[in-house]
Design a protein around this ligand. Structure first.
Ligand code: DC
Length: 231
């Protein structure tokens, strides 16, 4: 298959980028299910990479040490419909372990390393298979799939994201102070948007959806409508 400029035509991709707590994961899994597309949870890629690095006793402050560990990683991702993906390290199911706060912190440490980001590029691009892909992350539309047919930047106010986070913590039996969470989230937004490598910013050609006053079904309907217009 070739496209208009003689370039090989790539399978379609919908990218959904945005800060954590904006509802990307739920929207991406529902869209992949609705369109029968593959699903890339790129946060899970960073999380499993960090877990593997920790298990290899890599020094998470040293890029070369993390990179050496990544070269021995055998990760697999198996779709679980609306529940996202199951993640395996070699044959061990690590889906629960990568969701812990500890794994999230380790992921954010390795995610700032340019060599780690570029090492994980092929791993992420390999998800682009027929009939298409929904990719969820921070830099899907800007760096990983810059030629995606539809790019969405999903955001919500810090207050809204803090209240969602507080609810998740409450479900785990942890009480959280909303004002403290709003401050933490605002600080992290500022840091993520201003970092040099793959900053969290909308691609120039992304549609921005502010989800503070929308429920998950409304967000999904808007993205499906935008997809119908371009596909
Ligand atoms: O979305 P998440 O919380 O599962 O992401 C885990 C970490 O990985 C988080 O610190 C942000 C980072 N990440 C990234 O830098 N780029 C991506 N495309 C996805 C996640």
């Amino acid at each position: 298959m070739t496209g208009p400029a003689g370039q090989p035509e790539q399978h379609p991709v919908i990218t959904i980028d945005g800060p954590s707590g904006a509802g990307k994961g739920t929207a991406a899994a529902a869209l992949a299910e609705a369109l029968s597309f593959h699903l890339l949870d790129s946060g899970a890629v960073y999380r499993v990479a960090a877990l593997h690095a920790v298990r290899c006793k890599a020094d998470l402050t040293d890029e070369a040490s993390v990179l050496a560990a990544l070269r021995t990683m055998h990760a697999q991702f198996k779709p679980r419909g609306l529940d996202g993906v199951d993640v395996f390290l070699s044959d061990e199911n690590v889906s629960q372990e990568i969701r812990t706060e500890k794994a999230g912190n380790a992921a954010s440490q390795v995610a700032v390393m340019p060599a780690v980001r570029s090492e994980l590029l092929d791993e992420q691009r390999a998800f682009r298979q027929a009939p298409g892909l929904v990719a969820d992350g921070r830099d899907m539309g800007t760096v990983v799939f810059p030629d995606a047919q539809l790019k969405v930047f999903l955001t919500a106010s810090p207050e809204q994201r803090a209240s969602r986070r507080a609810k998740q913590l409450k479900d785990k039996g942890i009480t959280a102070n909303i004002a403290g969470l709003v401050d933490e989230i605002s600080e992290r937004d500022q840091r993520d948007a201003s970092r040099t490598h793959s900053p969290l910013i909308p691609a120039k050609d992304a549609i921005v959806i502010e989800s503070s006053d929308l429920n998950a079904d409304e967000v999904i309907a808007r993205i499906l409508e935008a997809w119908r217009q371009v596909s």
